[in-house]
Design a protein around this ligand. Structure first.
Ligand SMILES: Nc1ncnc2c1ncn2[C@@H]1O[C@H](COP(=O)(O)OP(=O)(O)OP(=O)(O)O)[C@@H](O)[C@H]1O
Length: 342
């Protein structure tokens, strides 16, 4: 592994913000730290950046212990949520800043800045000031400034969250393209699961100061380990074991051993098959048209289910339908919420 954080613990007074967290990033990998507000993502990023000290554990870059290396010597590029450009410097001066403080020759700075402006598709912006650019453009400049010095790792802290939806989508593609093109190992903090699914090679899902699951976007979506992950990433229908046993016992075949309270069935909305059926045992409660699909709430023997359909079939509120769930589409997840409560 290229960058590792091992058994990292960080406390603020008596509050444990990170509890024995371990993560790793491989060469060229794009890793997202994903989790709800307050779970410790930013704290972990700041420790890796060297902007705060950890209480226990270590952070290594290719086995080199970084504990005594100050932030500016780590050779990392950082982009924050707020664009944090220097308002009184031109765009060219902003991008070249890191090179200038490293005493790079002026001619080299100028050519590197021009190259980066091309790369981020803002070749005309060199002599402008940050205030003359849109939020999305400023964030691209912040990105160019971070990569100007050829960082060993790129750290992104919610870089898209201050932007409106359309610009966010564009910049998301831009970040993805740049990261792949340059191959810089990247760690991005986000609370937006869609963003993490779209960008990451690996998602590290966190909750309450711990890592709850990490893996590829496909792994986390298709094989969530816990109720928390199933709920946080995408939409899930979660059904208690006892209810499954009563209504559709064949779904129990893939269930790991354990008392009823330890696992719940997780069924994704797109895996439920609806059929119009006057004698069906389920009733459509609501239908929401979302353009490329319909989201339908159905009162079914398994409970209130959310179903997504892409088909031509349309449904009306109050209509009786048949609901079926293919056995292999049911995943069993650990009921961490029950465990925590008991
Ligand atoms: N300097 C600090 N002093 C005291 N508590 C802090 C400090 N920094 C962070 N915390 C607490 O540690 C917890 C984790 O904060 P952190 O900013 O890492 O969360 P986050 O997952 O990045 O959330 P968000 O998405 O809201 O930024 C929070 O409960 C926060 O209040």
């Amino acid at each position: 592994m290229y960058l590792t954080a091992r058994n990292v613990t960080k406390k603020f007074g008596s509050f444990t913000a990170l509890d024995n967290v371990s993560i790793s990033i491989a060469h060229g990998e794009f890793v997202c730290l994903l989790g709800p507000s307050g779970c410790g993502k930013t704290t972990l990023l700041r420790l890796i950046a060297g902007l705060a000290d950890l209480d226990e554990g270590d952070i290594r870059l290719e086995e080199e212990d970084l504990s005594q290396t100050p932030a500016r010597k780590r050779g990392f590029g950082i982009v924050f949520q707020s664009y944090s450009l220097f308002p009184n410097m031109t765009i060219a001066e902003n991008i070249g800043y890191g090179l200038k403080i490293r005493h790079t020759a002026e001619a080299h700075i100028a050519s590197r800045v021009a190259e980066l402006l091309e790369l981020i598709k803002l070749p005309q912006a060199a002599d402008k000031f940050p205030g003359q650019l849109s939020g999305g453009q400023q964030q691209r400049i912040a990105l160019a400034r971070a990569i100007a010095v050829e960082p060993r790792v790129l750290l992104l802290d919610e870089p898209l969250s201050a932007l409106d939806a359309k610009v966010r989508g564009e910049l998301r593609s831009e970040i993805s393209r740049l990261q792949r093109q340059l191959g810089i190992p990247t760690l991005m903090v986000t609370h937006d699961q869609e963003e993490a699914l779209a960008l990451a090679d690996k998602i590290i899902c966190m909750n309450q100061g711990t890592v709850v699951q990490s893996g590829s976007p496909e792994d986390l979506y298709n094989r969530p380990a816990t109720r928390f992950v199933a709920d946080f990433i995408g939409t899930s229908n979660l059904v208690e074991t006892a209810r499954v046993r009563e209504v559709q016992p064949d779904l129990l075949e893939s269930r790991p051993e354990g008392p009823d309270a330890t696992y719940v069935a997780c069924i994704r909305p797109e895996h439920i098959i609806l059929k119009p059926d006057a004698n069906g045992r389920a009733t459509v409660r609501s239908v929401t048209f979302l353009g490329n699909m319909c989201r339908i709430e159905v009162d079914a023997p398994l409970g209130l289910l959310t179903v997504e359909t892409h088909g031509a079939e349309s449904y009306r509120e109050g209509e009786t339908v048949d609901v079926s769930i293919p056995r292999k589409r049911c995943t069993w997840v650990a009921d961490d919420i029950t465990e925590a409560a008991s």
